[in-house]
Design a protein around this ligand. Structure first.
Ligand SMILES: Cc1ncc(COP(=O)(O)O)c(C=O)c1O
Length: 413
């Protein structure tokens, strides 16, 4: 197997003589040299603002940014680059959609989420449904930690509306806690086909970096994700939507770049993508995202998924065999990504992460921005391991040995 770690300079540096074991990629991914080089090249040789200058470096920057838009479109199999809006991250993407879609909310038309959502896919909807006095319902997940047919037929926590009365359904493609991969197609069939004006938003922050996501198959109306979780810099994200549908979305922010005409009393807006991209875009982030996509494409999303699946299988098998460990989420690898959250009986998640940190092993402890889900799981916090292409068996071994050390430190058998 190719050693992907050598492509990421951060792994060359040891801390107290110990190599970096990075198992927190669901929070943010490490960056390969090619991404760092692309960002440096931008600043060193063609730093300028786009769409404004008519001099050479501004033309080059504009060209590069628009090339990345095309690359993103191809990466998720969008019809064309007009379906790609650059944002500053998944959170901003959901906020833009929620703010605009609120005009469709009413006492009888609300929003449906699931219990497993990240706060970024709860709070914007809470804000705008409250403002519009509209219902906000949640599908209750079962022990498998996934939205199954049974879950969809089962309890809807608030149950304010009947199945086909939702204005918006917004759901994570992959849970950032449970690692569960939800079937967007099944959700769409259940909730959307009956009423054509229901909008399906897919939070793909944890899927696009790790598996082939094809927007033609995913059958959602909008898909959002962040660059920094897919080897690119922070500060850049994407909204995908069909051009005519995207054009129905109102901007969240207003300003330069998005306009056709401006007078002192009024202005007219461009069509998408410019309409939803006011102000200066995160240029270095976009350039870095292009290099990240080239890197991911060179490996192949199929290879990445296979690599992470194999490591997940190995880790799950060994972790579940340690006494006191309770793993959350599905164990079926066909519906699970490389995100593994667990609790360790008798030891708080923060203590686990703290002891691991002493061995330069980075895992996340806490609620992972999913407090309602942790309430459901009956734990205040969990430990989360999340994998990426640069992880290998040695990382898993170091982590498992670290867990045994944690038990020894706290005298737990
Ligand atoms: C499932 C999910 N949605 C949304 C987000 C928010 O992403 P960002 O902080 O990049 O906006 C995250 C981040 O962890 C996530 O895991």
């Amino acid at each position: 197997m190719r050693n992907y770690k050598k492509d990421f300079p951060i792994f060359r540096k040891k801390r107290n003589g110990k190599p970096l074991v990075y198992l927190d990629s669901a929070a943010t991914s490490q960056k390969p040299q090619v991404v760092i080089d692309a960002v440096s090249e931008f600043y060193e040789s063609y730093n300028s603002n786009i769409h404004r200058g008519i001099y050479a470096i501004a033309e080059k920057a504009t060209e590069r940014v628009e090339e990345v838009r095309k690359k993103v479109a191809q990466f998720i199999n969008a019809k064309n680059e007009k379906e790609i809006v650059f944002t500053h991250g998944a959170t901003e993407g959901i906020n833009i959609l929620a703010s605009s879609l609120r005009k469709t909310f009413s006492k009888n038309r609300g929003v449906l989420l699931t219990e497993m959502e990240h706060h970024s896919n709860i709070i914007p909807w809470q804000h705008y449904t409250t403002q519009q006095n509209a219902p906000l319902d949640f599908l209750e997940i079962d022990r498998s930690g996934i939205v199954t047919e049974k879950v969809m037929a089962g309890r809807n926590i608030n149950k304010s509306l009947s199945t086909n009365n939702y204005s918006v359904i917004s759901i994570a493609h992959v849970s950032n806690v449970l690692g569960s991969i939800n079937s967007i197609e099944k959700i769409r069939n259940k909730f959307v086909t009956k009423r054509k004006d229901t909008v399906l938003v897919i939070d793909a922050a944890q899927s696009v970096p790790h598996m082939k996501v094809d927007v033609q198959d995913s059958a959602g109306d909008f898909l959002v994700f962040s660059g920094h979780k897919m080897l690119a810099p922070t500060g850049v994200g994407v909204i995908w939507g069909r051009e005519n549908v995207l054009n129905t979305i109102d901007p969240l922010l207003y300003g330069s770049q998005m306009i056709k005409e401006v007078t002192l009393s009024q202005s007219s807006l461009q069509n998408v993508p410019e309409k939803l991209e006011p102000g200066t875009l995160p240029l270095e982030g976009i350039i870095g995202l292009g290099a990240a996509i080239d890197y991911l494409n060179a490996i192949g999303m199929g290879t990445i998924r296979t690599h992470e699946k194999r490591l997940t299988e190995y880790l799950l098998e060994r972790l579940c065999a340690i006494s006191g460990v309770i793993v959350f989420g599905p164990l079926d690898l066909t519906v699970r990504s490389g995100v593994i959250s667990f609790s360790l009986a008798g030891i708080h998640a923060h203590d686990v992460a703290q002891v691991l940190a002493e061995s330069n092993i980075c895992v996340r402890a806490g609620h992972h921005c999913a407090l309602p889900l942790h309430k459901k799981l009956g734990v205040p916090a969990s430990v989360r391991v999340s994998l990426n292409i640069y992880n290998d068996e040695e990382d898993i071994e170091a982590f498992l040995k670290g867990i045994l050390d944690v038990k020894r430190v706290f005298s737990v058998r």
